[in-house]
Design a protein around this ligand. Structure first.
Ligand code: FE2
Length: 245
């Protein structure tokens, strides 16, 4: 397989990976303005982009996902919960669904908490093993932090959902699974993010301050105490990411 991580402005991290043998690739969390980079990478790797996925509806930057999807003729994908929140058609993803890109398998994990439609993507390279190798964690789990729970309001309820998602869906994975988050230090999507753009489930399990808190109540209390400023221009950005134009 091939794998690229793109560090963009606003401390966002985008991903492009796939199977060169079967010439299929997946683009994740594309930032508006970066579409050409994905087209160039696809040409370099000689692959076709089969899916363009946003891990959630972003509140801090305008997504380039729909533009790239239209440009390359691929479906734009969000978790199915987003149906009521957006004014355009997309390919709805379900929890547990597996997307095949040649020898690369992408399993959708619905992980609500940062937002209701947040997903993580668990990736397997069948050429190496039938077991998963890494997980793209969007804004659910960062290196050294977790996603902020307040963007959809109801922050205590969302924080409790985030606790469940983290513990049931991510911390149930083996320690060796690599973690590739949606942001690094400098982002307003969480508090206390590391400047290192990847980690492992095992390292975060032991040393992430939000994952070593005892129970859901302590987690919720800690998270809502430490909420950063809302992203500048959040209303305009969310409108752009959910509107039909
Ligand atoms: Fe986010």
């Amino acid at each position: 397989m091939f794998f690229r991580q793109l560090a963009t402005h606003d401390a966002s991290l985008s991903y492009f990976f796939g199977c060169t043998g079967h010439a299929k690739a997946v683009a994740v969390d594309v930032v508006a303005g970066d579409e050409e980079w994905f087209v160039d990478q696809a040409a370099q790797q000689n692959v076709k982009i089969t899916h363009v996925i946003d891990t959630h509806l972003h509140a801090d930057h305008i997504s380039g996902g729909r533009t790239l999807a239209a440009r390359v003729g691929a479906p734009y994908c969000l978790h199915e919960v987003a149906v009521g929140a957006v004014h355009f058609d997309f390919l709805p993803l379900r929890d547990g669904q597996v997307i095949e890109a040649g020898n690369v398998l992408v399993k959708v994990l619905h992980t609500p908490g940062h937002t209701p439609e947040s997903v993580c993507l668990l990736v397997t390279d069948k050429r190496r093993s039938n077991e998963p190798w890494f997980v793209l964690t969007g804004d659910t789990l960062f290196v050294g932090a977790v996603g902020r729970p307040d963007l959809a309001d109801h922050e205590r309820k969302m924080a409790a959902q985030l606790y469940e998602s983290l513990h049931a869906k991510l911390l149930s994975l083996p320690d060796a699974i690599e973690v590739y988050p949606g942001h690094q230090a400098g982002s307003v999507c969480g508090a206390g993010l590391s400047g290192k753009p990847s980690s492992t489930i095992g390292f975060e399990r032991r040393f992430n301050p939000s994952l070593v808190l005892g129970d859901s109540g302590a987690f919720v209390d800690s998270l809502v105490r430490d909420i950063p400023e809302r992203p500048a221009d959040m209303g305009r950005i969310l409108a752009a990411n959910t509107c039909s134009a």
